[in-house]
Design a protein around this ligand. Structure first.
Ligand SMILES: Cc1ncc(COP(=O)(O)O)c(C=O)c1O
Length: 443
């Protein structure tokens, strides 16, 4: 594949000297509690490119953990924030016009059955609110989550998820959370078509609930695909089955759309991919494209169980974040972001699948829209996960000009999640870099 204009340009070792010096200073005062990332200090970013403090330019496949869906520092967003910040920064729970317009715009962008929302600051906060609403609405106290699920790092959110990293060492998780297995097709104990896999996991859910429930089920909280567990996509039809199961039991069906929305899966909302109609939805990341904002949306008859003052936060709905929400929703449409994902996503998936054929270590390539996971294994037959090769690949990619991150229950899944404005040329150049970096692992 011949490259068009070359975008990526790395002229130093990674980390470069300035990055290395800043990283050295970093944790003298800020506690070292963040995850493991490529050692590059970001200086500025635009669209899909990130420049570090050493003058290197990278193509970004992280979107800062699936946040900057519109592209980094989108001019319309920058202008909206700039305009707002000079006028009004805080007003706590008093109304401001931006907040009112943001709620109108968000509800207009949501599927019709979700007709109410409110604003918070982080995805974890949205999770906490959803857990509380499920209980408040039903008067019951049990919520169901899934093995590998990730809903944030606050106590309730960590309890609702099924990853050990956020729980181990913190004593008992929140009582009342029941966790069931989630389909992981690449490592599924049953073989066969999608229907068989779905049946297997639905029966696992039935058994888990039968064995653990005290008979006080409030609802389910589930991601459309498992994000932090390794971009794991259930077979098509599974979400519909889960919804049917919730309806049968008259419990609340809550979808965690913190990372699956704002075009990421090739539709504005992850729920549109299978056409499910959740009662309650948590929204984060892409709603602010880096500006701190999150939201909960619901059917009015679900959210209306809340009384005055029951759910609010100091900076939720602040004028700056609200200005961002409005500008982003407009730009998503003007820039035809979802259409771009539908065009560039399959192109990237096809080329990555071709790399899988040739690579000794690329065990699985899976994705929808522009959220694609590359599972790195020691050996394609045994499927033994290799977090070590994954870390090496992250470093090689950075040295060659692409920033990637990793996720996964075993720490062996590369995240392919570029800003959704990525062009075909940018996609192809970055894919060439991935191919070269993968080949270099073979020694
Ligand atoms: C699916 C999902 N839910 C919730 C969260 C938590 O969001 P935040 O980090 O903004 O608290 C995340 C963050 O990665 C997420 O991926």
């Amino acid at each position: 594949m011949t490259m068009q204009t070359k975008i990526a340009n790395v002229a130093t070792a990674i980390p470069g000297p300035k990055s290395a010096a800043l990283i050295e200073r970093w944790h003298q005062f800020e506690a070292d509690t963040t995850g493991r990332q490529v050692p590059v200090v970001w200086d500025r970013a635009r669209g899909v490119t990130v420049d570090d403090v050493d003058g290197n330019r990278f193509i970004d496949w992280t979107s800062g953990v699936l946040v900057t869906n519109l592209g980094h520092c989108h001019p319309k967003l920058v202008e909206a924030v700039r305009e707002s910040v000079g006028r009004l920064i805080n007003n706590y729970e008093c109304a401001n016009e931006n907040r009112i317009r943001a709620a109108e715009a968000l509800v207009a962008a949501l599927p019709g059955h979700l007709d109410k929302c409110f604003f918070l600051t982080t995805g974890s906060e949205a999770t906490e609110s959803c857990l509380r609403i499920m209980k408040r609405k039903t008067g019951c106290f049990e919520t169901i989550g899934f093995h590998g699920g990730f809903h944030g790092r606050t106590s309730g959110a960590a309890s609702a998820g099924g990853l050990s990293g956020t729980k181990r060492g913190y004593g008992p998780a929140l009582p009342g959370v029941i966790r069931a297995p989630f389909p992981y097709p690449y490592r599924c104990p049953v073989q066969g078509d999608d229907g068989r896999i779905i049946d297997y996991y639905m029966s696992q859910l039935d058994e888990t609930v039968a064995a653990n429930s005290c008979g006080s089920l409030a609802g389910i909280m589930v991601e459309p695909y498992l994000g932090a567990a390794g971009f794991i996509f259930p077979p098509d039809g599974y979400m519909k089955e889960l919804e049917r199961w919730c309806r049968e039991k008259s419990i609340v069906f809550t979808l965690d759309e913190v990372q699956s929305s704002y075009g990421r899966m090739g539709r504005m909302w992850g729920m549109e991919v299978e056409g499910v109609t959740p009662d309650l939805v948590s929204i984060g990341k892409g709603i602010g494209n880096g500006v701190p904002v999150a939201a909960v949306a619901a059917r009015g008859d679900v959210i209306d169980c809340l009384g005055k003052g029951e759910m609010s936060s100091t900076v939720g709905g602040n004028p700056i974040s609200s200005a961002a929400v409005i500008a982003i929703l407009e730009a998503m449409v003007e820039d035809r972001i979802v259409e771009n994902v539908q065009r560039v996503g399959p192109l990237m998936l096809d080329r990555l699948r071709a790399m899988q054929e040739k690579s000794r270590y690329l065990g699985d390539v899976r994705g929808k829209g522009l959220v694609i996971g590359l599972e790195i294994v020691e050996d394609k037959k045994t499927k033994a996960p290799s977090p070590d090769l994954t870390r090496q690949l992250m470093q090689r990619c950075a040295e060659n000009g692409v920033l990637i991150g990793s996720v996964g229950i075993y720490g062996n899944v590369v995240r392919v999640a570029p800003p959704l404005c990525i062009t075909e040329d940018e996609a192809n150049e970055s894919l060439d870099i991935m191919a070269k970096s993968l080949t270099s692992l073979e020694g």
